[in-house]
Design a protein around this ligand. Structure first.
Ligand code: ZN
Ligand code: ZN
Length: 337
C-alpha cells in the first residue's frame, strides 16, 4: 500500500433526501446498521454509470440517472470507471451488441483533465452515492494503489465520501478483452490458450482482493459473455470447463477469506442472456457466506434496475436472506422480503 494516507479520514455522508428508508444508523455507517425490512425489493442499484464513463448513452447525465433511480424506487450508487494510471488508456473497439453505444472517446474518468472534479461536483449536487469500478492492471498493483490513493485524496478535497470501490477485470496485459468476441479471442491467444487465460484472469482477481483496497468484485463471470456469440467458431471455454470452475471456486474462497463482496450483475442479461452470476456460482457464493451486492451496470438511465425482480427471486431461491450495499466503505445489509 502507498504511504498509508489514502484512507478516508473525513467522512461526509450525503443523505439522499429522496431515500427515507435508509435508517439513521445506516446513514452513519455504523456496524450492524440495516435497511428497514418493511420495504420490499433490492432497494439499491449498486452499479450505475454516467456520461463520465465515456461510453455511456448520451442521456446519462447525473440528473437523468438520479430521476431514473427515483422512478424505480432505487437508491443509485454509482460505480463510475475510475481514472487509469498514467500511460494507460482504454478505448472501445467495435460495438458489442446493444451493450454500449459506439464511441471513440477513451473510457473512464481521467486525471489529465478536470473530469474527476466535475464528476464529484455533479454527484454532490445530485446527492448520489459515489463509487468506482477500478481496473485490475495485471502485475501493476502498485499503480492501482497509487491511483486509488489519488482518487481518495481528490474526493476528500471535494468533500465527497466514496461508498465503495469495486475491482473489475477488463484488461489482459495492456489490452481490453471484454469489448467484443474478437478482443476476447485475442486475449486468449495472448495468454496462450483458454486455460491460461482463465488461470491468469482469476489469479489477478485474487491478487487484487488480497490488497484490502476493494469492497466488492464486479461481474466475475464476464469472460463467459460471448459463449453464445456467433462471431466465434465455438464457445471459447467449452473445452476447459473444469479449469473454469476450479479457478472460480478458488477465487470465491479468497473473497470469503478476505471479506470482499461479490456482485450479482444484471448487465449480463444484455450480452450473455443471463446475469453474472449464474445459478451454480450464486449457490457457491451463498454457501461460502459471501456478501452479495446487486447492480445493473447501467450505461443508460433506462437500464437502471434492469432484471431486479428476477434477481431478487434468484438470490432468495439460492438461500440468501439479504443483499448488501456499502456506505463509506462499510457493508450495510438489505433484508430480502
Ligand atoms: Zn465493468
Ligand atoms: Zn460497469
Amino acid at each position: 500500500m502507498v504511504g498509508g494516507g489514502w484512507a478516508v479520514t473525513q467522512r461526509h455522508i450525503v443523505m439522499p433526501a429522496y431515500y427515507p428508508e435508509l435508517t439513521q444508523d445506516a446513514a452513519a455507517g455504523k456496524r450492524g446498521a440495516a435497511f428497514s425490512s418493511a420495504h420490499k425489493g433490492l432497494l439499491v442499484d449498486n452499479h450505475v454509470h454516467t456520461k463520465y464513463a465515456g461510453h455511456s448513452a448520451a442521456d446519462s447525465d447525473i440528473v437523468s440517472v438520479r430521476w431514473a433511480g427515483l422512478h424505480r424506487g432505487l437508491r443509485v450508487s454509482l460505480r463510475e470507471h475510475a481514472p487509469l494510471p498514467d500511460g494507460f488508456e482504454l478505448r472501445q473497439v467495435g460495438r458489442p451488441g446493444r451493450e454500449f453505444p459506439s464511441v471513440s472517446t477513451a473510457v473512464g474518468l481521467s486525471l489529465r483533465d478536470h473530469s474527476l472534479g466535475a464528476f464529484f461536483v455533479d454527484c454532490l449536487d445530485a446527492g448520489l452515492s459515489v463509487g468506482f469500478e477500478v481496473d485490475i492492471l495485471g502485475g501493476r498493483l502498485d499503480l492501482t494503489e497509487e491511483l486509488v490513493a489519488e482518487v481518495y485524496r481528490q474526493a476528500r478535497s471535494f468533500g465527497v465520501t466514496i461508498d465503495a470501490l469495486n475491482c473489475s477485470h477488463h484488461v489482459m496485459g495492456e489490452a481490453p478483452w471484454d469489448f467484443t468476441p474478437q478482443t476476447l479471442a485475442a486475449a486468449i491467444g495472448f495468454c496462450g490458450g483458454p486455460a491460461a487465460f482463465i488461470r491468469r484472469y482469476f489469479a489477478e482477481i485474487r491478487e487484487a482482493v488480497a490488497t484490502g483496497l476493494f469492497q466488492c468484485v464486479s461481474h466475475i463471470e464476464a469472460p463467459r459473455k460471448f459463449d453464445m456469440s456467433e462471431a466465434l467458431p465455438e464457445p471459447p471455454f467449452s473445452d476447459v470447463e473444469d479449469v473454469w470452475w476450479g479457478e472460480l471456486e478458488r477465487t470465491l474462497e479468497a473473497l470469503a477469506v478476505h471479506g470482499v463482496a461479490l456482485e450479482y450483475n444484471t448487465g449480463g442479461l444484455t450480452t450473455w442472456g443471463r446475469p453474472y452470476l449464474g445459478p451454480p456460482a450464486l449457490a457457491l457464493a451463498v454457501e461460502l457466506g459471501i456478501r452479495l451486492v446487486v447492480g445493473s451496470d447501467a450505461h443508460s438511465p433506462e437500464h437502471i434496475g434492469r432484471g431486479f425482480v428476477d434477481a431478487e427471486r434468484e438470490i432468495a431461491t439460492a438461500g440468501a436472506t439479504e443483499v448488501w450495499t456499502f456506505i463509506a466503505g462499510q457493508p450495510v445489509p438489505i433484508p430480502l422480503s
